[in-house]
Design a protein around this ligand. Structure first.
Ligand SMILES: [Zn+2]
Length: 86
């Protein structure tokens, strides 16, 4: 069952040290632009998978390897993060 990006808000905050749920992800496959909070999230391993809500292409994969968080963003064309001071 798919969750949404809010389900991994805490995990993303830990990795990126900023709120990523409002960051806008551009899908490399279909070009859809949407806040991470609204994308599809699958927590059942291996790793955490974020998929495009429009075309279900994989946008982001977060896996934990030997205590390190590995983040694969290759499914995104862009990830725009709002500056914390704004
Ligand atoms: Zn897409």
């Amino acid at each position: 069952m798919a969750l949404d990006g809010n389900a991994i808000g805490g995990m993303l905050l830990e990795i990126f040290a900023t709120d990523m749920t409002s960051a806008e992800a551009t899908c490399a496959r279909c070009g859809a632009v949407r806040p991470v909070a609204e994308e599809l999230v699958y927590l059942r391993g291996p790793g955490t998978v974020v998929r495009c809500r429009r075309c279900t292409s994989v946008l982001m994969v977060i896996s934990r390897v030997r205590g390190l968080n590995c983040v694969d963003l290759s499914g995104m064309e862009a990830l725009e993060v709002k500056a914390a001071s704004d």
